[in-house]
Design a protein. Structure first.
Length: 412
């Protein structure tokens, strides 16, 4: 592996030297043209031939660099040990091969660019996964995969578009049958004995470059520019619903009220989810279908309410664990995304889809590779939402009494 990297470094240095000579020749040609105006008998044909020869050498070196990069992918990457392959690409070889079979026909069909000789579709997919796993710059990825920066940019956009168009409505979806609903509610109940829970909701900040338009809107309470990923997950930490793209300074409740999720539940589109609810933190409204903890606004909490809040937190933690897995696997979401603002939402959506695919295929992330966000003071002192609805309060009080009675029954 080190030998390949050393060869690539040497070639890059050679290319730089030739490019310098290339520039010097251009300057010499310009100077020669000026002299020709004064001395018509001056023949610049040798210089033109030399200039052409250098161009040819540059092209040959580029081809050589691509051959070495192709060798790195075909002979090194594809022959890695399974654990090493997953460490680099964040999924198993089996999942990678399955993904290639699923999307290569669509990539071929949607491609407006002539195929690049020696550059396989698998190589483009691998380069896209490498970007999501590391968020390396285009130049760094190009050196490894034998692709120019413009080719990488085009390949990434193709990859995101195909993943989203093929899988979004299939892989990120609320349960549509009673059997699926019961599977999730039973899963949550087994975990912490919390009844009728269909999901857990939260928001996560994804760092971005300061956008040109309205940058102050994207500056969040943690002190950096971001857009928000709002997500609902099930008991297995799979995404059931996502809302991507709101500026980092936007409050959780505002994002929720303007999301498709809110419209579905409020307009009773999800009748098969009647009497089921989502768990959210204190930043959300307390609704008939979204239950939040009791808030201590100066009067203190009862024993029952304190116990309810603890059980609520222990159940809702699934969404925090899902974000930990998502960012641990696709580490481009940890650092400031150095891409055009227009495709940031596509990157986040693609990562969520791939997360669900991996979880479905039991392609789990090792515990030591999960991301654990350090809470800051601003995380702990987040703004409370004191808006409550009578329906939500009745349901919460009923759950609180149920949990307290269950606790007392077990103690007898």
């Amino acid at each position: 592996m080190n030998d390949i990297n050393e060869i690539q470094t040497i070639i890059i240095l050679i290319i730089i030297i030739i490019l310098i000579k290339h520039i010097e020749l251009e300057e010499l040609l310009i100077a020669s043209y000026s002299i020709e105006q004064e001395e018509e008998d001056f023949n610049i044909l040798p210089l033109i031939l030399l200039y052409s020869q250098h161009n040819k050498e540059i092209n040959e070196l580029r081809k050589l660099n691509r051959l070495i990069s192709n060798y790195w992918f075909n002979e090194v990457c594809l022959n890695m040990q399974d654990f090493e392959f997953k460490r680099h690409f964040r999924l198993t070889r089996s999942t990678f091969e399955w993904l290639c079979c699923e999307i290569i026909p669509l990539l071929r069909r949607n491609s407006n660019e002539p195929s690049i000789i020696g550059l396989a579709w698998e190589q483009k997919i691998a380069a896209s996964l490498w970007f999501l796993a590391t968020e390396k710059c285009f130049r760094s990825i190009g050196e490894k995969f034998g692709m120019g920066e413009s080719t990488i940019s085009y390949a990434l956009r193709q990859f995101f578009d195909v993943i989203i168009s093929k899988f979004l409505s299939e892989k990120i979806i609320f349960p549509t049958t009673e059997l699926e609903v019961n599977r999730i509610t039973n899963g949550f109940k087994i975990t912490r004995n919390f009844p009728n829970v269909i999901g857990a909701i939260d928001g996560s900040h994804i760092p971005i470059k300061a956008p040109h338009l309205f940058p102050v809107d994207y500056f969040n309470r943690k002190g950096f520019y971001s857009i928000v990923l709002q997500a609902v997950v099930d008991h297995k930490k799979k995404f059931l619903d996502i809302c991507v793209g709101w500026p980092g300074s936007t409050h959780d409740s505002r994002i929720l009220i303007n999301s498709n999720l809110y419209n579905k539940f409020n307009n009773q589109v999800t009748t098969h989810l009647n009497n089921k609810y989502i768990l959210g933190d204190e930043g959300y409204l307390n609704l008939s279908w979204l239950i939040v903890p009791y808030k201590d606004i100066g009067r203190g909490l009862t024993q029952e309410q304190t116990y309810f809040n603890r059980k609520h937190s222990q159940t809702r933690i699934k969404v925090e664990q899902a974000f930990s897995l998502l960012k641990g696997r696709w580490q481009c979401l940890l650092n400031k995304l150095e891409v055009s603002f227009e495709i940031v939402s596509h990157i986040i959506t693609t990562c969520c889809i791939l997360h669900n695919i991996c979880e479905e295929r039991c392609d789990f992330l090792p515990p030591d590779e999960r991301y654990h966000e350090v809470e800051t003071e601003t995380d702990v002192n987040r703004e409370l939402n004191t808006t409550e609805t009578p329906e939500g309060n009745v349901i919460r009080n009923s759950i609180c009494n149920f949990l307290w009675n269950q606790r007392n029954t077990r103690k007898r």
